[in-house]
Every structure is written in C-alpha cells, then in structure tokens.
Design a protein around this ligand. Structure first.
Ligand code: HEM
Length: 147
C-alpha cells in the first residue's frame, strides 16, 4: 500500500515533468522557431520552473524510496549487477544529466538566447524531453523485472 502511494506521487511528478517538456517541444518550440521569437520560450520557462523543478525533486525522492522497496540500496547503485538495479542506476544518471542541463540552461543558454538563433535552446529542449521520455520508458520495465 505504501509503495502504491509513493508510486502515485512518482507518476504525478512524471506527468508534470515529461508532459510539460512534451508540450514545450511539440507546441511552443515550433511556434518560437517559426516566429523567430525567443520570448515564447522564456515565458514558458519562467512559468514551468516553479512546478517543474519540485516535480524533478519528487521523482528523485519517490524513485529512491521505491528502489529501497525493491532492495536496491545505496551500496548497490551503479554496480549494474541486477535487472532493477540497472534501471535505478541508469535513471539516476539520466536525472543528474537533467539537473545539469537545467542548471546549464538557467546560467548559460537562456541568458544568451537570441531570437535569430534559437538552435542551442532548441537542442537543449529536445534533448531534455527525450531524456524524460527515456526515463518514463525505463520505469515501465521495472514491473517486468528490469533490464
Ligand atoms: C524524469 C524522471 C523519471 C520519470 C519520468 C519516471 C517515470 C516512471 C514511470 C512512468 C514508472 C512506471 C511505473 C509503473 O510501471 O507503474 C516509473 C517507475 C519507477 N521509477 Fe521512475 N521515473 C523517473 C525518475 C526515477 C528515478 C530518479 C528513480 C530512482 C532513483 C526512479 C525509480 C523508479 C522505480 C523503482 C520504479 C518502479 C515502481 C514500480 O513499478 O513499483 N524513477 N518511473
């Protein structure tokens, strides 16, 4: 039962994180590229950040709690020794990459963004969206025993 409740929070946070990035990639990014208007992306980022970052933190906390329920504890992480541990370790690596990319976007990509050249920001958005989708797909493998 506890696991079920934690999983529900995990899935809600995944919905916000992945759903937000898919909407950004499919709806706002093409519009910004077409209109050559960086403000569309900056406005979305400013509105999404206060919900996106807490959802990423929720994914980390609930993910680690569920990993412990599967007996994948801290000492086993990154040993790539069994099916579920492999998924947890890959997800942790992808999550750290996502955090790194979010910091990079905040400090370096967005402050320099220019409406005439949206390529760096488009690359950043598409990469972080694909990483989120990959983490969702990896999660679906846990119930069948992992990789
Ligand atoms: C963007 C980040 C993440 C997304 C989108 C995501 C998404 C998902 C999804 C969709 C599931 C499937 C649940 C099911 O089959 O019912 C899942 C399960 C799971 N995730 Fe994540 N996850 C993320 C991050 C993490 C992290 C960082 C960890 C570990 C540290 C983690 C650990 C787990 C575990 C252990 C399960 C299995 C739960 C179960 O089926 O009992 N996840 N995740």
């Amino acid at each position: 039962m506890t696991h079920q409740i934690i999983l529900i929070f995990h899935l809600l946070a995944a919905t916000v994180w992945v759903g937000g990035h898919l909407f950004l990639s499919i709806r706002y990014l093409p519009e910004a590229l077409q209109k050559k208007d960086a403000s569309i992306l900056i406005n979305f980022k400013d509105k999404f950040e206060p919900v996106g970052l807490p959802s990423l933190l929720t994914l980390l906390i609930t993910g680690i709690l569920m990993a412990y329920h599967y007996d994948v504890t801290f000492t086993q992480w990154f040993s790539f020794s069994n099916g579920i541990e492999k998924i947890v370790s890959i997800k942790l690596i992808l999550l750290f990459i996502s955090v790194g990319m979010a910091i990079n976007a905040q400090l370096f990509v967005f402050p320099k963004v220019k409406s005439e050249n949206l390529r760096p920001v488009a690359f950043q958005i598409i990469t972080i969206t694909l990483i989120g989708v990959a983490m969702l797909v990896l999660g679906s493998w846990v119930r069948i025993g992992g990789l």
